[in-house]
Design a protein around this ligand. Structure first.
Ligand code: FAD
Length: 571
């Protein structure tokens, strides 16, 4: 109505003029204006133009509405149609509201003829058999989405991956969990799909670029993920579903003329006449016009390779702490106020505390998940969490970590935080190894066994006598984690746990396991903010989490897309 009154105001109504005909005239002008606006808006896909939507809601018949319903069922069609008032509708978002009695909140949009919200349209993948090549080191989320983007831009991706294909990789991970044997090229971090392939597959991101997020999520759906990820407020895929999606991405890339090479560990980069050559440890050499370096945050050898060649690197803050495991039923009980029942999704949690000037926060929470050994080097202990799509396991685990800044750790140079990270991972292993060698009874013999302590015992600084059950297959050894962790971490965690504002969280039923250290990269490979080119070499694009520009599956995939676009624009 505001538009209507503005139109009336600007109609130049003079004092004494007959008001009735003027109102009719202005109303007609207004309606014609509306028609024109709607005509132009319908010429575009209005969903793509967020700035036009308020006008459209006002002038058109579009409206948003919400339905809440119990967690055990979906909204009924009749309810939705009644709220839509005869208009077509689309489900936009689904979330759980657990502030009081937990309910599903479904958010819809209803629209009239010609007002269809714009669906994301994926650019077609082109045939690139004979196109100029771009090398991609690393087949994690950043590398895979860079490869898909290159197909749409008419360039041939050549993906070089140090590990095995996602199927064969599973056997090495089983050997790691059961026998504690770390294959330095095939493990929970390395191999096709990268660190994201055997994870919880959480797809939340703090990135606010909706278009980019849709590009990632829509492609994941096209390659086999459930459509639910497009509407869930906290979408996730699950370890049981991710490998086939990763395989489907590879098939798409190779069918269109791209290449994948496994066991291709890049150990050298040389300039070539028309681009760049990647040299692999087995002597293979690959040429491309550009190189996207998406090797993840665990590839310490890649940072060393760059540094040895005189390339720039920077120490970057990261976070380190423990994995915390609670019985899932405890988390369900507290998050759902005692109202959880079978069929209701396993509850999540997250928290942030400020302790002595540093953030202490939960990270990568896996409801109904398991803990896994994610070392990439022998004689280190590192843990992470994963879960299947159903999240039906008995335990809830999360990293609880302390922010570490370069000034928190003595020393100089870009490697100081990486060295600090590695020293803690080694300390965890060494301590367990000492226990195994001591001949003490009932000590877990798996080299990946983790030092562990109950939560309250940790905060009180005392050893735990008996360990609670855990999902961690290699086993745990009762340990003084409060002493094994660096004081800047242990002391903050000891203060943070009792403060967590979730009833029942601070409990001796919870187990802390050391160490969660691969939260993000402790090193940045600096690049030009506009061109995304490595500051030390013009044809290299540092990309994803290992370069220090993303954290998590979706933001790494988005960074892969950006680097592919930047590389293509420069060719
Ligand atoms: C167990 C686990 C669970 C996780 N759960 C989640 C989750 O639920 N949600 C989430 O958002 N994030 C999760 N993460 C983190 C997420 O997986 C990473 O943020 C993401 O994978 C980073 O993507 P990337 O492509 O930058 O690097 P990576 O995924 O690390 O991929 C790097 C790839 O490069 C390869 N590579 C390394 N060096 C070389 C070399 N020299 N030559 C050739 N190839 C090389 C590696 O083998 C690897 O495949 C999890 C991580 C782990 C380990």
């Amino acid at each position: 109505m505001l538009c209507f009154f503005q139109a009336l105001h600007s109609s130049g109504l003079e004092a004494g003029e007959a008001v009735g005909p003027v109102y009719v005239k202005v109303l007609l002008q207004f309606l014609v204006g509306v028609k024109i606006v709607r005509f132009f808006m319908n010429c575009n896909r209005i969903g793509e133009f967020a700035f036009l939507r308020p006008i459209h809601y006002f002038c058109g018949s579009m409206k948003e509405f919400e339905i809440t319903c119990p967690l055990t069922r979906e909204p009924r069609l009749k309810e939705i149609e009644a709220k839509a008032g005869g208009l077509k509708w689309v489900l936009k978002k689904r979330s759980i509201d657990a502030r009081k009695e937990p309910v599903w909140r479904y958010q819809y949009e209803a629209y009239g003829p010609g007002e269809e919200p714009g669906a994301y349209v994926q650019a077609p993948y082109r045939d690139v058999h004979n196109a100029p090549a771009v090398l991609i080191a690393g087949a994690g989320p950043a590398g895979m989405f860079a490869a898909l983007k290159l197909l749409t831009l008419g360039l041939k991706p050549i993906v070089l991956e140090r590990g095995k294909n996602v199927h064969e990789r599973k056997f090495d991970m089983a050997r790691l969990s059961r026998g504690g044997v770390v294959d330095p090229d095939s493990n929970y971090c390395y191999g096709e799909g990268g660190a994201g392939a055997f994870s919880d597959g959480k797809l939340y991101t703090r990135s606010s670029k909706r278009g980019d997020i849709r590009e990632v999520l829509s492609q994941l759906v096209a390659f086999g993920a459930s459509k639910d990820i497009l509407i869930d407020a906290h979408p996730h895929i699950g370890s049981d579903k991710l490998p086939s999606i990763v395989e489907n991405i590879r098939k798409c890339v190779t069918e269109h003329g791209g290449e994948y090479h496994f066991g291709a560990k890049v150990c050298g980069i040389e300039s070539a006449a028309d681009g760049v050559t990647a040299v692999c440890t087995d002597g293979r050499r690959f040429n491309g016009r550009r190189l996207i370096l998406a090797t993840g945050h665990s590839a310490r050898d890649v940072y060393e390779m760059l540094s040895n060649a005189g390339g720039a690197l920077e120490a970057k803050g990261f976070a380190l702490g423990v994995r915390v495991e609670h019985p899932q039923e405890k988390i369900n009980y507290h998050q759902y106020h005692g109202l959880w029942k079978p069929g209701v999704p396993a509850a999540e949690y997250s928290f942030v505390e400020q302790v002595d000037g540093r953030g202490v926060f939960s990270f990568c929470m896996c409801p109904g998940g398991i803990l896994v050994p994610s070392s990439t080097e022998p004689r280190t202990v590192v843990l992470n969490g994963m879960s299947n799509s159903g999240r039906s396991g008995k335990f809830a685990n999360a990293g609880v970590v302390v922010q570490i800044e370069p000034e928190d750790v003595p020393g100089e140079g870009p490697f100081k935080l990486m060295d600090f990270q590695q020293s803690v991972e080694r300390r965890m292993f060494d301590w367990c190894e000492q226990q195994r060698c001591s001949g003490a009874k009932d000590i877990a013999q798996n080299p990946m066994a983790a030092p562990a302590q109950r939560m309250e015992d940790f905060c009180l600084g005392k050893l735990s006598k008996k360990m609670p059950p855990t999902s961690y297959f290699p086993g745990v050894i009762s340990a003084p984690l409060h002493e094994l962790l660096p004081p800047i971490v242990a002391q903050r965690l000891q203060k943070a746990f009792p403060r967590v504002r979730m009833k029942g969280y601070y409990t001796n039923a919870a187990l802390l396991l050391g160490v969660e250290s691969r939260t993000s990269s402790p090193i940045r490979i600096p690049r030009d903010p506009e061109t995304l080119v490595y500051v030390s070499a013009p044809l290299i694009y540092p990309c994803g989490e290992g370069a220090g520009y993303s954290g998590g599956i979706v933001s790494s995939a988005i960074d892969g897309i950006r680097c592919a676009q930047a590389a293509a624009a420069s060719i």
